[in-house]
Ligand binder design. Structure first.
Ligand SMILES: *Cc1c(COP(=O)(O)O)cnc(C)c1O
Length: 461
């Protein structure tokens, strides 16, 4: 073939099917897409056996590339993984009330930092502080961007150039590159490790105290568990030591449950309320884990310590926006209402019975008509995810699919290309769609997509 057979850039740019994308994505993106398609053709032009694809095929390839780009914005996806707090899928879905609250403050102005009584400047943190202390039992509370930021702010405020004592069983790494020892170092605190990986005693902490000790630090073993020959220091014991020595105790709780998960057939998870009741001086936790709210880092604790955090100039760099505050406030208020927790999607998902999930799976299967034979209703196990409750398995139900002429990986990829994309889990040679993380109002869309997919697979075979 000859280089001259390859359509020129200007011809492709002028082609109406491609030109339409210029207005949508900008000319540079369109040129790049053309290059991406044309370059490999140009490179192989030297081979005697290569042929230049027809003009229409090149246009189609460019358009396909561009339509993927167009959709690369943030999209709603259907979560069929059975992982409730999937960090890669945005962790906790928000309650209707939280979404409405965002809508009402986001499209216009709000009293974010404005006192409607006096007409003077107010604090964006005040309203949330009251709700947080109401719900946790702590004196006061503060919100920042996420729990990582909360820990950073605490260390920067109280432990800069001073020592923080922490057990070796708690030097955690959680997802996304948050390693506690590294965060400590970054904040200018000096890490003092005590005890061993499996055995911790209160005397380990006691022996490590020096005039430079700023904090006793406890971190939740969120995403792992140590079993066997182990002992740990109870938080209340650490608090007693802290009180005796006049050193505050800080707990990085991470998951941040306000309710007892044992009510949802899960292992009990230490709650924020328990940490406060144990006397921990500052408790940090996430907004979008077991709280079921927006991404945020919450800190509750004693009034004077929260006041010092508020006065730290670093807070300015970690501050949350009005949409977060609106969603967080609405979510927290649901905890104050009787039965309000049920309206938080995370707890609605947890509360569904396996029978109800099986029933929904059966209804979807029925809607597949003749293709139902490729699908069975399987027992499944759902997970809390998001670095919480790593050992807990939640009985669940799933659609297990074996598409004709398609291995499960190919089917999973095809489902991800659907709109809305469906994200699944593969077990053995089956693709699983776990009903626990699929919203009931998405069942119809799942059924329609599956039907279309299976129809196509059958036609291809
Ligand atoms: C999840 C977690 C964090 C980080 O929370 P983000 O809100 O994601 O920043 C910190 N500490 C612990 C113990 C956690 O489990």
């Amino acid at each position: 073939m000859s280089l001259r057979d390859i359509p020129a850039m200007h011809r492709l740019l002028g082609e109406p099917r491609i030109a339409g994308f210029s207005a949508l994505l900008g000319p540079r993106t369109v040129k790049d897409a053309i290059d991406d398609v044309v370059e490999p053709i140009r490179r192989s032009a030297g081979n005697s056996d290569s042929v230049v694809p027809p003009f229409d095929a090149i246009v189609a390839a460019v358009c396909a590339r561009l339509s993927v780009t167009e959709r690369e914005g943030l999209l709603e996806v259907i979560n069929g993984t059975g992982i409730l707090l999937h960090t890669n899928l945005g962790r906790a879905p928000l309650a209707r009330e939280a979404v409405d609250a965002i809508g009402s403050v986001a499209s216009g102005y709000s009293n974010l930092e404005f006192d409607l009584e006096t007409g003077a400047r107010g604090s964006r943190y005040e309203r949330i502080g009251g709700l947080l202390s109401e719900l946790s039992g702590a004196e006061d509370g503060l919100v920042v961007n996420n729990c990582a930021a909360a820990v950073l702010l605490i260390l920067d405020t109280f432990a800069k150039n001073r020592e923080v004592v922490i057990g070796r069983n708690q030097l955690i790494e959680i997802g996304g590159g948050f390693r506690l020892p590294d965060v400590l170092k970054r904040s200018g605190a000096v890490l003092v490790e005590v005890g061993t990986t499996n055995k911790m005693y209160v005397r380990d902490f006691e022996q490590a105290l020096t005039p430079r000790t700023a904090l006793l630090f406890r971190s939740h073993q969120s995403n792992f568990q140590i079993e066997g020959f182990v002992s740990d220091v109870a938080p209340a014991e650490l608090v007693r030591l802290g009180r005796r020595a006049g050193i505050p105790v800080v707990e990085d709780l991470g998951s941040g449950a306000l309710v007892d998960l044992a009510d949802y057939a899960l292992p009990h998870e230490r709650t924020v309320i328990e940490a406060v009741r144990d006397g921990v001086d500052l408790v940090a936790f996430s907004g979008d884990k077991l709280l079921g709210g927006p991404q945020a880092g919450l800190i509750v604790g004693s009034k004077p310590m929260i006041a010092r955090l508020r006065a730290n100039p670093l807070l300015r760099a970690l501050r949350v926006d009005k949409a977060t505050l609106a969603a967080l406030g609405a979510t927290l208020r649901l905890y104050l209402e009787p039965e309000g927790t049920k309206r938080i999607p995370l707890y609605a998902m947890l509360a569904q019975s396996v029978e109800a999930l099986r029933e929904r799976a059966a209804q979807i299967q029925t809607r597949l008509g003749e293709h139902a034979k490729h699908v069975r209703i399987a027992d499944s196990e759902a997970y809390a995810g998001g670095g919480t409750l790593p050992m807990a398995r939640l009985a669940s139900a799933a659609l297990a699919i074996r598409a004709p002429r398609s291995d499960p990986n190919a089917l999973a990829a095809a489902l991800r290309r659907e709109r809305p994309p469906i994200v699944s889990r593969i077990v053995g040679d089956e693709l699983l769609l776990d009903l626990r993380t699929i919203r009931p109002d998405q069942d119809e869309s799942v059924a329609a997509t599956l039907r279309r997919r299976l129809e196509k697979n059958s036609a291809d075979s």
